[in-house]
Design a protein around this ligand. Structure first.
Ligand code: NOJ
Ligand code: CA
Length: 592
């Protein structure tokens, strides 16, 4: 039942190298731990560094594009829309990679984050052949493929768990975290091994009648946690990683990596005074972030590093910037959520960026993200109902300019390029499993709201499906969609394209250092990026009023050249000294 290593596939060169060197399709080179064909050494080196300057686009496959009309997005649908992501021209977004949320066979108790087979493709998304076609079509366009790996837990229907729960002594007995009940409580119920909680509500322990033991789950009972302390488990999971690398993928997003290890003796967490919700009533020192993680991560990273041009990004679960920083390494990024929490305010973002800059320093490389499949979409977060659609779009452009010009790898969530808003969906009848369990002691937001079908064009199904979509299409899909915004030079989509292509063409935006600057008005978030003799200055007016600010010159006798602005801004060829920004103006100036 451990995954069988797959036969080695025909190999590919780095997609970026193909794209940038314009060498066409690679059908002869051997992709693997050692081999990479390439020409020019500088281009190859730049290519290997794509994980720093790159833009990664998250596809939630269920909702991106439905290729067969069953109402559920799939791999064929994604292939049909790859040109939107990067066709090699500024008429496309120009992203460097796709992060694909899970496509593995899954009973969908947590929509793919409960994996029943780590090396397959769920029939609703297609086949392994479709997957290979997807990787190949992506690589042809210079787009790398980052898979979502859910290695903390599997589905309860994974054959490993089915074997593990069937016997206390079989070969899989110790593949999950099992513990006896310490006895009965005064009310007669079985006491649990400790006080750990599930993040999705309720205790972290579920009783299994066959083994007459409890098993542990950080999330749903249908998501039992794997036992990373068992060397066989670890070896099997490394085989999974190897299998996908051999299949041609370019890296991984690691779901909740800092929870892999729990305290070996299963000690209870100390209690604390928390907010509403039992999760916060304890200090989570024994159910995550154990010292053994470092060694396991090192093994996983060494395996990934053996394939040049790859990367990983780890999802820090419920942790601080310091914990994020402790796990960042070259080619291995960490999501630390600094940009997810601030409300719409320049000082709030300045504080968040300054806090992270202080901890990360000049060497650690951040991952910047505003939205994902778990959080309310930022176009909605930043524009509550009282804010008009036009102003909301203005804010979405400021947010985009920030995301794509801050120091760090940028992660986009499908739909944000058209400022797609949250779906309004009732909690009753929610698909999102924790939303169905929510109550007074377990508060939860409904993640269905950020997982709505992509709006490709007007008309029934919004170009997402010809069938009945699994979640309703956006109510404004007729006016807010990719086709319409493609044709409008001032649209949010056109702005994303300009920003990403500017970033691609401007090394200082991709690689430079970063310094927050004070321009004399707290509503303006301003920073300077520097790389060698080049510098860039970014001015973001969060206010809906004009602001007049003091812009420092790039150097004695020099002024900034305006490379990009959301508005038709003043002087075409110089900027410095006293400057008035229009309401919600984003401006990028370059020097050198
Ligand atoms: C984090 C993922 O982002 C989330 O969607 C999922 O529900 C949990 N991990 C459990 O896998
Ligand atoms: Ca489908």
């Amino acid at each position: 039942m451990p995954p069988e290593p797959q036969p080695r596939r025909s190999a590919r060169t780095s997609p970026g190298a193909l794209h940038e060197l314009g060498t066409g399709l690679a059908d002869s080179s051997q992709r693997g731990p050692v081999a990479r064909q390439g020409g020019d050494a500088d281009a190859a080196a730049a290519d290997l560094d794509w994980w720093r300057r790159g833009v990664v686009y998250q596809v939630y496959p269920r909702s991106f594009a439905d290729g067969n009309g069953d109402g559920i997005g799939d791999l064929r649908g994604i292939i049909e829309h790859l040109d939107h992501l990067n066709d090699g021209s500024p008429a496309s977004l120009g992203v460097d990679a796709i992060w694909l949320s899970p496509i593995y066979p899954s009973p969908d108790f947590d929509f793919g984050y409960d994996v029943a087979d780590y090396v397959g493709v769920d029939a609703s998304y297609g086949t392994l052949a479709d997957f290979d076609a997807f990787v190949e079509a992506s690589h042809e366009r210079g787009i790398r493929v980052i898979l979502d790996l859910v290695l903390n837990h599997s589905s309860h229907l994974h054959p490993w768990f089915e074997a593990s729960r069937s016997s206390r002594s079989g070969p899989y007995a110790d593949w999950y975290i099992w513990a006896d009940s310490p006895g009965r409580s005064i009310t007669g119920g079985r006491r649990r091994p400790n006080n750990w909680r599930s993040f999705f509500g309720g205790p972290a322990w579920t009783w299994d009648k066959t083994r007459e033991q409890f098993y542990m789950h950080t999330f749903l009972p249908e998501q039992p946690d794997l036992n990373w302390r068992n060397p066989d488990v670890r070896a099997a999971l490394m085989d999974v990683v190897r299998t996908w690398l051999e299949r041609g993928v370019d890296g991984f997003r690691l779901d909740v990596f800092n929870v892999f290890f729990k305290d070996a003796s299963l000690r209870s967490n100390p209690r604390r005074v928390g907010r509403l919700g039992a999760w916060s009533w304890q200090r989570h020192i024994h159910d995550r972030d154990q010292p053994e993680l470092a060694d396991a991560l090192a093994e996983l990273r060494a395996l990934v590093d053996a394939y040049p041009g790859t990367m990983t990004v780890g999802e820090l679960f419920d942790g601080s910037i310091r914990e994020a920083a402790a796990n960042v390494a070259p080619r291995h990024l960490i999501f630390d959520w600094s940009l997810i929490w601030p409300r719409w305010s320049a000082p709030a973002f300045r504080a968040a960026i300054a806090a992270r800059d202080m901890v990360f320093g000049p060497d650690l490389w951040p991952a910047n993200v505003l939205s994902n499949h778990d959080q309310p979409r930022h176009a909605s977060r930043f524009a509550p109902v009282a804010v008009s659609a036009a102003e909301g779009d203005g804010r979405a452009k400021i947010a985009a300019a920030m995301l794509l010009t801050l120091r760090g790898t940028a992660f986009l969530y499908y739909g944000e390029e058209i400022a797609q808003r949250n779906l309004v969906v009732p909690n009753a009848g929610a698909f999102d499993p924790p939303a169905r369990r929510a109550g007074v002691l377990f508060r939860w937001w409904n993640r269905d709201q950020c997982r709505g079908p992509m709006s490709w064009r007007g008309g029934p199904g919004a170009g997402f499906t010809t069938g009945r979509p699994w979640l309703p299409v956006a109510p404004d899909a007729a006016s807010r969609n990719v086709a319409r915004q493609s044709a409008e030079p001032d649209s949010v989509l056109s702005f994303y394209r300009q920003l990403i292509w500017l970033r691609r063409d401007t090394p200082v935006l991709g690689e430079g250092s970063q310094e927050l600057i004070d321009v004399g008005d707290t509503d303006v978030l301003a920073y300077v990026r520097r790389l060698g003799d080049s510098s860039a200055m970014v001015l973001l007016n969060f206010a809906s009023r004009p602001v007049t600010i003091d812009v420092p010159q790039p150097g004695p006798g020099r002024s900034w050249r305006i490379a990009l602005s959301t508005q038709q801004h003043g002087p075409a060829n110089g900027l410095g000294g006293r400057v008035t920004l229009n309401p919600l103006e984003a401006l990028v100036g370059l020097d050198g």
